[in-house]
Design a protein around this ligand. Sequence first.
Ligand code: GLN
Length: 455
Amino acid sequence: MSDAFITREVIESESDGPLDGQRVALKDNISTEGVPTTCGSAMLEGYVPPYDATVVERLTESGATIVGKTNMDEFGMGTTTETSHFGPTTNPVDEERVPGGSSGGSAAAVAAGEADLALGSDTGGSVRCPAAFCGVVGIKPTYGLVSRYGLVAYANSLEQIGPLAPTVEEAAELLDVIAGPDERDATTREARSVVRDGETVSSSREAQSASRTTSDGRAGDARETGADTNYASAADGDIEETTIGVLTSLVDGADERVASVFEARIADLESRGAEVREVELASLDHAVQAYYVIAMSEASSNLARFDGVRYGLSGGFDGDWNDAFARAREAGFGPEVKRRILLGTYALSAGYHDKYYKKAQDARAWIKQDFDRALDEADVLASPTMPVLPPKLGESLDDPLQHYLMDANTVPVNLADLPAISVPAGTADGLPVGAQFIGPAFGERAVIRAASALE
Ligand code: GLN
């Protein structure tokens, strides 16, 4: 039995549906009533939620059988699944290597055939990275498409729950089940898209301005409509007349072996009728820095609830609450979580807020704007999912900065609230390489279609 799971416990389906007979694994930060949910942390060892996350209800109502809770970087903080309190998960493709993270257990469970499908969460790449490293498919949905109710928060303005599966179509089928508004998560909303001159052109954000004027300034017959939200049917392999914008800086920054696998597959799509363009987005150079300031700031606030009183292991009590909180947090959190709480608290503190947090928010706005412009000219954008091949266990932990830089290609998407997919593109030195497609907000069908063509 592999090390992909923290808890193996079966939750039976409650009715028949599209996922009949499918075994689904859940990342251990997704709340399951009556089944431990640890977030890979000593802090929550033994914690049993009193309710199900919305995605769990949707799964069991769709015929799925949940087979257990998977290993992850502690509270989602990592890119290799090595920061888990329960020890690392190994990559089923090569046991000496990491499966990626933070949803490494979910990707490994699917890659090893121990689950048919899995859910992870993606704050800055945690579904796409392990999908790429383990040779499976992973989708990071548009912010607001999937309910986060019952997902233990790490950086709530960035994260979405997303599917992992062996194929694009299966990942899309799972997305079909979990997507859609939820009255218990006010950030969810109906998928919207713009139809201009009878053709779907773009996403919700653009919809508001496009319904007033078209991009060339004339009052057009553009209107906002409900987007087509049948995701599985988009996996039709059709790439003809799709414009793919290749994010050149993310290709240039990648390991040569990764870049050449990626480039060969894009050339293949071009020969099958796609139009390929190069896209240069200056803002992307600042994405990793902005991401880590925002993610750590939000984490420092979200993790304040783990004080041994409201949540988490008890610090005991001998007369001083501050000491009791400190003892609980000292014992319950691992080194990476502590580092991020300290840095996040610092970035938000008086005197530094404008210097770090506000600047990071400005960079986030710039990145969003850059993506919106690029997606006016292209149907999807593309890059290698990860700039590197899966590292060996222990290789990347010593240097946090190097570790964070591995997220260069995935974090921009979370900062811009956009949908993206990672699809296996081939291998280099026998190790999986993933290609990433990015679409406009609520343009899941576009990225699913492009990925199904590359598959
Ligand atoms: N590696 C990134 C981080 O550590 C992303 C993690 C995630 O998406 N949960 O923050």
